[in-house]
Design a protein around this ligand. Structure first.
Ligand code: NAD
Ligand code: TYD
Length: 336
């Protein structure tokens, strides 16, 4: 029988890439993409798929899913939740939006999935573990120690998923990934934002000393790994899927400017409050069960990312939407 998937947040950066992967791997499947289209989501991210008959787009809020006509009796083979407010900088000012979507939205999806007996995969982040010391690596049982309101909202959602598994025996699992990068990421995030600035020869606002470390995973490499859990759903489990190599922000900037062949200066600006110095997750549990994560080199991934943004400069227009422009005028005016 044809499978039926519900992908929440499927018009965002990782969600849209996952939809593409799912589309190709399951050619008979029916895919419903549910997305409220915040400033970070766009139908353009689905490209041609959006006009295909086996993909249905529902413009809706995950918080309202219980009341959506037509969905109440639908059992899905899998629901994947990418829908979230995701920008750490915004979470400092709009905390309640993060609590609403990331916490209450997850709770409402969990109820929906219990009612329709649909398994749910919650997409989470390495940020829930908080900062890792040098040589420290977090496995799935490490304590949750979030620093930012974003990370706290994601950790809260994870706790709700874990409670639903224990309390109701709910068919649910959590995947926590490290920083993803690649095509279609909203240009508020480090890599596309710096491509945007460098193209205009504007200085690059590096927070603090720029020696914070992140493990960058190309979005297609993450989605290829994630696809493996569809046929062998890890009910009740938490799995980390992270990149193995880590880079300082300054190193990422150096590689980017080399690829862009520009000598844009770095501007060390005030650090982000509670800025985690380093994230580090251990993906051995995932690899033992599903095989290794095929991870391209950062330099290759950055080259592909730069090429994509160079051929899609219209994505930078999204920085001019009212919501984003207001945020930038209010909070970023002293940076560049
Ligand atoms: P994104 O901001 O690009 O996309 C989020 C999508 O969710 C958008 O399409 C938006 O319109 C939609 N959305 C927001 N609120 C909604 C609501 N109330 N109802 C329905 N849709 C809503 O985010 P992303 O970078 O693709 O991240 C996807 C998921 O992966 C998030 O849960 C995030 O926490 C997690 N994650 C991301 C990264 C990363 O590096 N990007 C790393 C680790 C984990
Ligand atoms: P970001 O892409 O916002 O992801 P996250 O905060 O979820 O890791 O930022 C990645 C790193 O880049 C993080 O250490 C913050 C830093 N950063 C800057 O130095 N300057 C910027 O303008 C931005 C957006 C991020």
């Amino acid at each position: 029988m044809a499978r039926r998937f519900l992908i929440c947040g499927g018009c965002g950066f990782i969600g849209s890439s996952f939809v593409e992967h799912l589309w190709l791997k399951y050619p008979d499947s029916e895919i419903i993409v549910l997305d409220v289209l915040t400033y970070a989501g766009s139908l353009d991210n689905l490209g041609e798929l959006h006009t295909e008959s086996r993909l249905q787009f529902l413009e809706a809020d995950i918080c309202d899913i219980g009341a959506l006509p037509g969905l109440e009796d639908v059992q899905f083979d899998l629901v994947v939740n990418f829908a979230a407010e995701t920008h750490v900088d915004r979470s400092l000012y709009y905390t309640s939006d993060f609590v609403r979507t990331n916490v209450l939205g997850t709770d409402s999806l969990l109820s929906f999935c219990r009612k329709t007996d649909s398994p749910i995969l919650q997409i989470s982040t390495d940020e829930v573990y908080g900062p890792a010391r040098e040589n420290e690596t977090f496995g799935e049982t490490a304590a949750l120690n979030p620093s930012s309101p974003y990370a706290a909202s994601k950790a809260s959602a994870d706790l709700l998923v874990m409670a639903a598994i224990k309390t109701f025996g709910q068919k649910a699992a959590i995947v926590r990934t490290s920083n993803n990068y690649g095509p279609r990421q909203f240009p508020e995030k480090l890599i596309p934002y710096f491509i945007y600035l460098a193209r205009q020869g504007k200085p690059l606002p590096v927070y603090g000393d720029g020696k914070q470390q992140r493990s960058w995973l190309y979005v297609d490499d993450f989605c290829s790994a994630l696809l493996r859990v569809v046929d062998d759903f890890p009910t009740g489990e938490i799995l980390n899927i992270g990149a193995t190599r880590e880079y300082t922000n300054l190193e990422v900037v150096r590689q980017l400017t080399t690829i862009l062949e520009c000598e844009t200066p770095v501007n060390h600006v005030a650090d982000r409050p509670a800025h985690d110095r380093r994230y580090r997750i251990d993906s051995r549990k995932f690899e033992q069960r599903y095989g290794g994560i095929n991870e391209r080199d950062l330099s290759d991934g950055l080259r592909q990312t730069v090429a994509w943004y160079q051929s899609h400069p219209e994505i930078f227009d999204r920085l001019r939407t009212q919501d984003v422009a207001n945020f930038r005028d209010k909070h970023y005016h002293n940076r560049t």
